[in-house]
Design a protein around this ligand. Structure first.
Ligand SMILES: Nc1nc2c(ncn2[C@@H]2O[C@H](COP(=O)(O)OP(=O)(O)OP(=O)(O)O)[C@@H](O)[C@H]2O)c(=O)[nH]1
Ligand SMILES: [Mg+2]
Length: 228
């Protein structure tokens, strides 16, 4: 596809750069919401970077993390908004969190009951920002590695999740054995969003010199099927 600069040799001229092919990559904006210290930063780190951070500080405003995934042959950019749990670090940003959001992850800490009871407030905040009912939402109980300290029984969390029409994931950002489960949270949402065909292509990526790529690469093994 690439043509030598300067032409000659009977070859066709290289493509005009303004006509370079585009690849359209959908971006799914997923926000992670919940009390301070429940592990939002660690969960997003685990999903996007594959590791558990040695040390975290309270998030101020928002941190963005991204991961490109492939689902049924389509490359999708999952843009994770790691929000601040502390009121003073989030109040000027709240509008931005919810604007054009595609999916919401509500997080609580299984070792801290107040982080679970506060979910009601987080859901109210979300509803108060006119997030459409079609926007998928999931519930995540984090820090399951701290088995002896668990305060929120699974049965209670499941009941709450059912009542709010959400899937429940109980996991640990810290335990490497749970990394697949953490991945499933975001992949499940991405799969659901992909199935909502009405979502617009929100991002157009220019990929010079790669030929026409509007036809999408296919996973020969049919991997990346929806985990939920
Ligand atoms: N044992 C255990 N500790 C965790 C886990 N996830 C996070 N932590 C710890 O919990 C503390 C808070 O984690 P963060 O990810 O910074 O919490 P956050 O929800 O982002 O907090 P804010 O940014 O203030 O909203 C840190 O000390 C983490 O190391 C987990 O799965 N297990
Ligand atoms: Mg944080």
């Amino acid at each position: 596809m690439a043509a030598a600069a300067g032409g000659g040799g009977g070859r066709p001229p290289g493509p005009d750069s303004s006509l370079e092919p585009y690849v359209q990559t959908r971006i799914f904006k997923i926000i992670v919401i919940g009390d301070s210290n429940v592990g939002k930063t660690c969960l997003t780190f685990r999903f996007c970077g594959g590791t558990f951070p040695d040390k975290t500080e309270a998030t101020i405003g928002v941190d963005f993390r991204e991961k490109t995934v492939e689902i049924e042959g389509e490359r999708i950019k999952v843009q994770v908004w790691d929000t601040a749990g502390q009121e003073r670090f989030r109040k000027s940003m709240v509008e931005h969190y919810y604007r054009n959001v595609h999916a919401v992850v509500f997080v609580y800490d299984v070792t801290k009951m107040t982080s679970f009871t506060n979910l009601k407030m987080w859901i109210e905040e979300c509803n108060g920002h006119a997030v459409p009912p079609l926007v998928p939402k999931v519930l995540v109980g984090n820090k399951c590695d701290l088995k002896d300290l668990i305060q929120v029984p699974s049965s209670m969390a499941l009941k709450f999740a059912d009542a709010h029409n959400m899937l429940l994931f109980e996991t640990s950002a810290k335990d490497p054995k749970e990394s697949q489960n953490v991945e499933s949270i975001f992949m499940c949402l991405a799969c659901r969003l992909k199935a909502q065909k009405s979502l617009l292509y929100r991002d157009v990526e220019r990929r010079p010199g790669r030929g026409h790529r509007l036809e999408l690469t296919r996973d020969a093994n049919g991997k990346n099927a929806c985990p939920c």
